[in-house]
Ligand binder design. Structure first.
Ligand SMILES: C[S@@+](CC[C@H](N)C(=O)[O-])C[C@H]1O[C@@H](n2cnc3c(N)ncnc32)[C@H](O)[C@@H]1O
Length: 216
């Protein structure tokens, strides 16, 4: 198993990606074709930035990637179509994002506690926050691909995603470790606000304050 990890790690170095995660997004895109030229994309949980590298190349200079993470992302070497926001995704509003998105990507992961059930519950909460955010910032017809740790509430999350999007399905790229509980839920065709009955109250106050950084 270590050999598989080393393979993706070495390949990322050779290909100039900041992390091996790049191959997960490339695999998702090869399977579902979610990234297109000219798109405006939100990359949630983007540090150190390999998904941003992949997405910014595909959308091209007419597109835009807004990359958000709790940790600062090094802007060096990133193209001009990337905007960086340092902060908690759950606290950012449409105005701060600068408009609606065609696609939301999320490789967001909580700091793991080592207790699988607790980690899965936190991960599902982050995904519910993304579904809530979709209603605020995603264009009708837009897509969402998000990482989740599979656990007790995975099926409920998938059901909620199916309610909000025309299609939603789980997918595990080969570059994701087989023993890892991580899965991706890929959703296409956002139906619009009225289709989500669930209220999850995952958004947290307040909007951008002085502690927020934007750049890139
Ligand atoms: C696996 S890493 C992402 C790797 C990235 N996709 C790449 O390719 O370089 C997960 C990231 O999610 C971020 N994260 C977790 N919770 C977050 C939140 N509430 N808001 C913003 N970022 C968050 C973490 O700080 C971490 O950098």
């Amino acid at each position: 198993m270590k050999e598989v990890q080393d393979h993706w790690f070495r390949k990322a170095k050779e290909d100039g990606y900041r992390a091996r995660s790049a191959y997960k997004l490339l695999a998702i895109d090869e399977r579902f074709r979610i990234l297109k030229r000219g798109m405006r994309v939100l990359d949630a949980g983007a540090a150190p930035g390999s998904w941003t590298q992949v997405a910014s190349k595909i959308v091209g200079e007419r597109g835009e990637i807004v990359s958000v993470d709790l940790k600062p992302i090094d802007p060096r070497g990133l193209p001009k179509n990337v905007r960086l926001i340092c902060g908690d995704l759950r606290q950012i509003s449409l105005a701060d994002f600068g408009g609606y998105f065609d696609l939301i990507l999320s490789d967001m992961a909580p700091d793991t506690t080592g207790v699988p059930m607790a980690d899965a519950a936190i991960s599902v909460r982050l995904c519910n926050a993304l579904l809530d955010l979709s209603k605020e910032v995603l264009k009708v017809g837009g897509d969402l691909a998000m990482k989740v740790f599979e656990g007790g509430e995975y099926l409920e999350l998938l059901a909620r995603a199916k309610n909000i999007f025309c299609e939603a399905q789980g997918y595990k790229p080969t570059s994701s470790r087989a023993e890892s509980v991580e899965m991706f839920i890929v959703c296409s065709g956002y139906k619009g606000r009225k289709f989500d009955q669930a209220t999850t109250a995952t958004r947290v106050k307040p909007p951008l304050g002085p502690g927020w950084k934007s750049g890139g």
